[in-house]
Design a protein around this ligand. Structure first.
Ligand code: PA5
Length: 448
């Protein structure tokens, strides 16, 4: 079935009260220039543009290789996915968006449950994960582009040890797939030595732009979702984004958010009205935060989950410091239907809702909130998708990646490096006593 790309639509009506036509024109022009920089590969970080043509270049045979492993693992209880940052958030976002809310509580399912490790250094998290893995039949996907990141490396060492005790060394090798760089890093060396199956992350694709490589696709396939559809959604979106047309939704979004930033709206809140999109916001925050937050500049990416957070952050958004704008991911229709029942006693006074779907109530909450927040001085961008499914999640991934590249170039930032992430690592190594960090260790300890 070919999904109709009535595309990812960007509606900026909720921004117009805050901007002038002429300002928008000048930012549209800046977006066109930044677009050229991106597609011509003439900007900073241009050795990391492998993601731009990726969706349309993914071969069916590549998808099949991934699906073969997913099918092989179908009867397992659990697949553990080890990774952090860009090696974690894309698959987590897609799995949360696509999975049944209560899949972890629904008993044995057709496909393994996916759990994550290596995305924190919590001893309790890791110990409790070991409790689960000890009593589960499981396989492991270990993902690290650099192959040297501490959090996933620590988790992998512990899980590999458990696997070798449980399945023997030989039995373990067939249950581990490593997703890593083609040559660099300890993980590649280890995988080669131990005979693990390996997928390569192309050199020219950075972590936070890697969800449509095996980094994201293998865990998503292992949970039983249709990665072919996801790639198709991304490829259709690629064709739309790669066009310099005035209607290009990614350019429109990049232009408007930079215009708002220039007018003192320093914080962008990604809003959803569907808890399945909570982790999509986490992926988006990493994409924009790591790509744009540099050199003392960048919109601060935040997120809220409505209507839950209307009862917490809603007060601030309506009435706090006026440095915010909102970008709402608005979903056309729900994948399930449930209506509010009539109650003859009507003691709660809710019979005016009888027969209405919960989704209709949600939509009215969304529209009411948008109007209230605009009245409160918060510009509102709406990003509309028809439904939450593999196709549109793939399209959204690509849409935001492209918009992020353009947006960072409008700001004059290299979207593809993350120099600031190194500082905590150096300090952590020094404090943990890594050889070679003795001097730094002493100076840090003097400050504590
Ligand atoms: O976007 C990025 O490059 C980072 O967030 C990385 O994905 C993250 O630091 C993990 O790196 P690695 O995959 O090398 O372990």
């Amino acid at each position: 079935m070919k999904e109709i790309v009535n595309r990812v639509n960007v509606d900026i009506k909720g921004v117009t009260p805050f901007i002038d036509e002429s300002e928008l024109k000048s930012y549209n022009k800046a977006a066109q220039d930044a677009y050229k920089t991106l597609v011509e590969g003439s900007g900073r970080g241009n050795d990391f543009l492998g993601w731009v043509d990726l969706p349309s270049n993914i071969l069916p045979t590549h998808i099949e290789l991934i699906n073969d492993i997913a099918r092989e693992w179908r009867g397992l209880d659990v697949v553990v996915v080890i990774g952090i940052g860009g090696s974690y958030l894309g698959s987590k976002a897609a799995l949360e968006a696509l999975s049944h809310h209560f899949s972890l509580h629904l008993g044995k399912m057709e496909w393994p449950k996916i759990v994550f490790a290596g995305q924190n250094l919590s001893e309790e998290y890791m110990s409790e994960l070991m409790d689960l893995l000890t009593e589960s039949d499981f396989a492991t996907i270990v993902i690290s582009k650099s192959g040297t990141t501490t959090e996933p490396a620590v988790a992998f060492r512990i899980i590999k040890n458990l696997m070798e005790r449980k399945y023997s060394k030989a039995g373990t090798a067939g249950r581990i797939v490593a997703v890593t760089d083609s040559s660099k890093g300890a993980l590649k060396k280890l995988a080669d030595e131990q005979g693990y199956r390996t997928f390569i992350i192309p050199d020219d694709i950075g972590g936070r732009y890697s969800v449509l490589t095996p980094v994201g696709l293998l865990p998503i396939a292992a949970a039983g979702f249709d990665i072919e559809k996801m790639v198709l959604g991304a490829a259709d979106m690629q064709r739309i984004c790669i066009s310099p047309s005035e209607d290009n939704p990614a350019l429109k979004y990049a232009a408007v958010r930079n215009l708002l930033y220039s007018k003192g709206k320093k914080i962008e809140i990604l809003v959803n009205f569907n808890p399945k999109l909570q982790y999509f916001s986490e992926w988006w925050k990493q994409l924009f935060g790591e790509s744009e937050g540099k050199e003392g500049r960048g919109i601060f990416p935040a997120s809220v989950n409505f209507t839950s957070d209307l009862h917490s952050m809603g007060q601030y958004v309506q009435d706090g410091e006026r440095t915010l704008f909102e970008t709402v991911i608005t979903v056309g229709s729900s994948n399930r239907s449930l209506s509010i029942v009539n109650d003859p006693d009507n003691l709660d006074g809710l019979n005016f809702l009888s027969g209405k779907s919960i989704d209709e109530c949600n939509k009215m909450a969304e529209l009411g909130t948008m109007l209230a927040h605009i009245d409160g001085g918060v510009p509102n961008i709406r990003i509309e998708i028809p439904a939450i499914n593999e196709y549109y999640i793939g399209a959204l991934f690509y849409f935001f990646e492209f918009a992020c590249g353009v947006s960072a170039y409008i700001l004059g930032i290299n979207p593809f490096d993350q120099p600031g992430v190194e500082d905590y690592k150096k300090n952590m190594f020094a404090l943990l006593g890594k050889p070679g960090f003795e001097e730094l260790s002493k100076s840090l300890r003097d400050r504590l």
